[in-house]
Design a protein around this ligand. Structure first.
Ligand SMILES: [Ca+2]
Ligand SMILES: [Ca+2]
Ligand SMILES: [Ca+2]
Ligand SMILES: [Ca+2]
Length: 323
């Protein structure tokens, strides 16, 4: 649970906002959805919006009632067919100190499992990610790597966009778990409370740089005992599986995008989106022939495209994996 004072305060503020919304008939979220619904399905347009839009507010449901709920309080094992995201791997081109492709700084797609000397880091190289949503209150994300995950300070994680506006809402970070049993060691979840992640130009690098707060609110910090029980991790073959309570994702019918990542050392959550914070020349590039090659300040990082869950793509969603 959130701290009760903070939680009550949020309830009060939300109640006032909802009352105001009902009175005025003006809902920023609805307006946003309508705007998305009315967008023509063009792939390459990138709307420019002010830095701050309505932030998604974390919602927390009450503890399952006695005997009335199927929600399990501990994760189990996923079943059913996962949604799969395939990612570029760099093993074949590692000797040439380059990524074969899949690195596009402008759109925030990183394929940089290399150190600053362009030495290959297979423990950071994501080859596949999977999302299972088998009900019973949990979603499961698997990150499969070219090699067993690296120990701390490396972190792995998932960026979540809960209203699919291109601005990440939650940033989940965890170290490689030490065993195949579910544990909660070192798990953090950051929230962008003021909606400025993504900068001035959503889903694209901001040419003038980024001065915002990124993900600034720490909502889950398992080692400090803050909001435990909601995210767990375990070691799998060459990878990590995370279990996320679906309450955090809008429930079993929740719609969101999910983007797994790996980082050799955690980039501060305040620097997200990283392709807004770092100018391309300072970030460097993993693509030979690119004028920014080799990697400079933004290195030892990999991510996938954004998977869309809970709805069929209309073509209007930007920055998501191709259907
Ligand atoms: Ca990769
Ligand atoms: Ca968002
Ligand atoms: Ca941006
Ligand atoms: Ca922020």
């Amino acid at each position: 649970m959130w701290e009760s004072g903070e939680f009550l305060n949020k309830i009060y503020v939300r109640a006032v906002v909802i009352l105001f919304t009902l009175l005025t008939g003006c809902s920023p979220i609805l307006a946003q959805r309508e705007m998305m619904a009315n967008q023509k399905p063009t792939q390459n347009t990138t709307p420019t919006r002010p830095a701050a839009t309505a932030a998604v507010t974390p919602t927390i449901k009450g503890t399952p009632g006695s005997g009335a709920s199927l929600i399990e309080t501990r994760p189990g094992s996923p079943h059913g067919s996962p949604q799969i995201i395939h990612d570029q791997v760099c093993r074949q081109t590692a000797a040439e100190k380059k990524a074969p492709g899949g690195d596009d700084f402008t759109t925030g797609r990183f394929e940089r499992p290399f150190d600053q000397n362009m030495k290959y880091l297979p423990a950071l190289d994501i080859q596949r990610a999977e999302l299972y949503r088998p009900e019973y209150g949990w979603a499961y994300v698997s990150i499969i790597l070219e090699e067993a995950p690296a120990p701390s300070p490396a972190v792995y994680g998932i960026e979540l966009d809960l209203n699919i506006d291109g601005r990440g809402d939650y940033l989940i970070q965890f170290p490689a778990p030490s065993t195949p049993d579910w544990s909660e060691s070192g798990i953090k979840m950051w929230w962008d409370s003021d909606g400025d992640v993504g900068g001035q130009v959503i889903n694209r690098s901001d040419r003038k740089g980024y001065k915002g707060s990124g993900f600034e609110a720490l909502k889950i910090d398992s080692n400090a005992g803050k909001n435990k029980g909601k995210i767990w991790t375990r070691l799998t073959d060459n990878g990590i599986q995370a279990a996320i309570q679906e309450d955090l994702l809008g429930g079993s019918g929740g719609k969101f995008t999910w983007q797994p990542f790996s980082e050799g050392q955690p980039y501060p959550s305040s620097q997200y989106d990283l392709n807004d914070y770092y100018p391309s020349g300072k970030a460097g590039s993993a693509i030979v022939g690119d004028s920014d090659y080799p990697l400079k300040e933004l290195y030892a990082i990999d991510n996938t495209c954004k998977g869309l869950s809970g709805l069929t793509p209309s073509g209007a969603e930007q920055g998501v994996c191709p259907p």
